[in-house]
Design a protein around this ligand. Structure first.
Ligand code: PBG
Length: 327
């Protein structure tokens, strides 16, 4: 044994304090963005069947939820609307009295310091469930851009602090930036869903937001999960068009993409830990098959290690609680 030469990596792992001194990645409550689903009517607090502990709230009940988020120290929420009325162009998405606009006004009035992000898309508001205008069974790119810009402007008018377009039409960042600037909202940043894959991990969200496409799928606008270089081209065009943050979505199966987009862009990167990733953990932990807290903290830490600056996650409230009680 005497002449054996090898490295002693275990020296730095021998105690909790030693491990904490050399820890490279730290999850903070400041990194978290919590999604909130708002719906019409009163006295509605409906649990999403495929997403335990996630609810749709009517506006009379949403304040209690937002109060809790704020008291946990989470700095931002993203608002998703579940409207009553849908039509072929998704006009409730850009109506000044639309559910999202009403929710933003109310939440900002009660919590001026909370950063409120608006998801900007048409699919929850169209009767066909697609993210754009349809003609002859085709999702049209350019006519959709005007509606997206209108939606973003009405959300900014309602008080949204950040616009987060998730529709994956080409040119959506340029169109939205132009629309916001013309309306006097030069200071409202765009958090672009720049790299959004066509993913089976969105299934539970579509239950929550009632936004499944009524025909076909989203493969002509969302990306093929097999592609890596295309992610860099998507990121590049959004950077050029004026995005301020870049989202990579989903997160867990796309950690390689998070790393590449971070290194390539140098932009603030948001990992979207999507609904299917949440539901898998919830289902397994409800069965007693895994330790929920350890799994969630490990997977969110891996997203930060991969290069994410922020994490959009349905686990945010639990994580904020765990991070405070564990200190
Ligand atoms: C709307 C939108 C979707 C998600 C966020 N915004 C659904 C989709 O593209 O089908 C998915 C979020 C999740 O799964 O948590 N375009």
């Amino acid at each position: 044994m005497k002449d054996l030469h090898f490295k002693r990596h275990r020296r730095l792992r021998q105690s909790a304090s030693m491990r904490s001194m050399v820890r490279e990645t730290q999850l903070h409550t400041d990194d978290l963005i919590y999604p909130i689903f708002v719906t019409e009517g009163t006295n509605e607090k409906n649990e999403v069947p495929s997403m335990p502990d996630v609810f749709q709230f009517s506006l009379d009940l949403v304040d209690a939820e937002v109060d809790e988020v704020v008291s946990l120290g989470i700095p931002a929420i993203i608002v998703f609307g579940v409207p009553n009325e849908k039509d072929d162009v998704g006009s409730q998405a850009y109506h000044d009295q639309g559910i999202v606009q009403k929710a933003i006004r109310q939440i900002k009035a009660n919590h001026p310091d909370l950063t409120v992000i608006a998801d900007t898309c048409l699919c929850q508001f169209t009767d066909h469930g697609h993210c754009g205008v349809i003609e002859g069974g085709k999702i049209l790119n350019d006519p959709t851009l005007d509606l997206l810009a209108k939606t973003a402007v009405s959300q900014a008018k309602a008080g949204a602090d950040i616009i987060a377009p998730s529709n994956m039409m080409d040119g959506f960042v340029a169109a939205i930036r132009h629309g916001l600037d013309e309306a006097g909202f030069e200071d409202v940043p765009i958090m672009s869903y720049a790299v959004k894959y066509s993913s089976a991990f969105y299934g539970p969200f579509r239950d929550a937001a009632h936004s499944s496409p009524k025909f076909g799928d989203r493969k002509t606008y969302q990306m093929d999960p097999a592609n890596r270089l295309e992610a860099l081209r998507e990121a590049e065009s959004d950077m050029e068009e004026g995005a301020d943050f870049l989202i990579v979505k989903p997160a867990l199966s796309y950690l390689d993409i998070i790393r590449e987009v971070k290194d390539f862009s140098g932009f603030p990167i948001v990992a979207y830990n999507v609904s299917g990733e949440y539901s898998m953990v919830k289902a397994a932990s409800q069965n007693g098959w895994i330790n929920e807290k350890e799994i969630v903290l490990e997977k969110l830490t891996s997203m930060k290690r991969a290069g994410a600056d922020l994490i959009l996650t349905y686990h945010a409230k639990d994580v904020a609680r765990w991070l405070t009680t564990d200190k």
